[in-house]
Design a protein around this ligand. Structure first.
Ligand SMILES: Nc1ncnc2c1ncn2[C@@H]1O[C@H](COP(=O)(O)OP(=O)(O)OP(=O)(O)O)[C@@H](O)[C@H]1O
Ligand SMILES: *[C@@H]1O[C@H](CO)[C@@H](O)[C@H](O)[C@H]1NC(C)=O
Ligand SMILES: *[C@@H]1O[C@H](CO)[C@@H](O)[C@H](O)[C@H]1NC(C)=O
Length: 377
């Protein structure tokens, strides 16, 4: 039997109050920054219906903008490589990032065209968030970024982040990051043009529920995670987020155990250890073992389940950008050398805090937030 352990955030609470920042906290993100137009509705409209919103907000969005704003509020020093247009939306996007301490000097401002924006309808009944995105124009091209800017952006960076957008530019930035031995984290939402070129050089992946199977064509999520570690030799871990069901993570480990375990069965045994009466995020993990994915291969690793916070319905406002909040917290955890269990509990806490306000950014916690106190010491 593979030993399984349960870890909960409250184990960390102590009277220590020293608060220190990671030594190197520069994170460089390349991807989308947009403006979100959010409207909450009592119930999702039918075609041709006219309804009123019950709450409304205009706020910055985009995976990179959100994840790096989260990272900034947690204490990191983010820089963003992206493109907006010289219009009111573009100005609003830049102002908001700057107010959060994100370095926008590597964001290209196009004289012509339009900045990207997204209409988001939050259904207060189902808590779903429906997005209608309009990409910015003209799209970012590698020539938009001077070589000197690229070097300056990556100078001294602890980690680089990509969201799979702006793939031509992202590929150039990723290649340079690899040259400089800067670790890379990728947020993989779905299959996108050019994604394969970047994912093959990344150290960490955080992905959406459908991604692992879409990318590997494996029969189950655990098998797909094994398949990803097998085909991406640089990959140290992959996390798949599952909304209110938390996340599953597979971490590569060096230890070679003689014991071999079917990865689907191991996940089942971890799931059996979930405790519904614990409302705060927890982490259930296996020890390092040889994991077999039938018909795919074996890998030595540790499997984890991170549970989500059980948020009271009256407090659950909007899940827009929950994944970005989670990823921003993972970026912080990597820079701060958090143990894996602590990282998963921390990220779920940060994401759950975000879900208590409308929009991808309003609810993002600051490092001084009492909810995070037990992690920040
Ligand atoms: N309803 C919820 N209750 C509690 N936690 C949630 C809820 N929804 C999301 N989370 C937290 O946020 C994390 C990421 O959520 P999710 O898997 O929905 O990301 P996503 O689909 O990438 O979201 P987005 O694309 O909007 O950023 C989850 O692992 C969980 O910790
Ligand atoms: C959502 O629904 C709840 C319960 O019906 C209500 O109290 C709340 O005001 C609504 N919020 C919005 C923004 O519509
Ligand atoms: C679940 O958690 C509660 C609260 O911490 C605890 O009292 C209970 O013993 C746990 N149940 C199991 C089956 O571990």
């Amino acid at each position: 039997m593979v030993p399984i352990t349960l870890f909960a955030g409250f184990d960390l609470v102590s009277n220590m109050s020293s608060d220190f920042l990671p030594e190197n906290s520069i994170v460089v993100g390349c991807g989308s920054v947009v403006l979100d137009f959010l409207a909450t509705v009592a119930a999702y409209p039918k075609p041709d219906q006219k309804i009123r919103s019950t709450s409304f907000k205009i706020q910055g969005g985009g995976n990179t903008g959100n994840a790096l704003t989260c990272a900034a509020r947690l204490g990191l020093k983010p820089r963003i490589i992206s493109k907006v247009a010289d219009d009111t939306q573009g100005k609003s996007i830049l102002d908001e990032l700057q107010a959060d301490g994100v370095d926008t000097s590597f964001i290209v401002v196009s004289k012509e065209g339009t900045s990207p924006f997204t209409y988001i309808i939050v259904d207060n009944q189902t808590k779903s968030r429906t997005c209608i995105h309009t990409p910015g124009f003209p799209p970012m091209k590698p020539n938009d970024l001077l070589e000197s800017s690229l070097f300056a952006a990556l100078n001294g960076a602890r980690i680089a982040y990509f969201d799979g957008r702006l793939h031509e530019t992202a590929q150039v930035v990723a290649r340079e990051a690899v040259k400089k031995n800067i670790p890379i984290l990728m947020d993989a939402e779905r299959l996108r043009e050019g994604l394969d070129d970047i994912i093959k050089v990344v150290d960490y992946v955080v992905c959406a529920e459908q991604f692992p199977q879409a990318w590997t064509e494996a029969a189950t999520v655990p098998k797909a995670l094994v398949s990803m570690l097998l085909s991406l030799p640089k990959l140290k871990f992959v996390i798949v987020t599952l909304g209110k069901d938390g996340c599953i993570m597979l971490e590569r480990s060096e230890v070679t155990s003689t014991e071999e375990m079917d990865v689907d069965k191991l996940l089942e045994s971890l799931e059996a250890r979930k405790n519904e009466s614990i409302y705060i995020p927890t982490c259930i993990s296996s020890s390092a073992t040889k994991l077999r994915a039938e018909g795919i291969g074996t890998i030595c690793g540790r499997l984890y389940i991170g549970t989500a916070e059980n948020i009271p319905l009256s407090e659950l406002i909007d899940t827009t950008g929950a994944g970005d909040a989670f990823t921003g917290a993972v970026l912080y955890a990597i820079c701060a050398n958090f143990a894996t269990e602590k990282m998963l509990c921390f990220a779920a806490n940060v994401a759950a805090t975000k879900c208590r306000a409308l929009g991808a950014r309003s609810g993002l916690p600051y490092r001084t937030d009492p909810r995070l106190a037990s992690f920040m010491q």
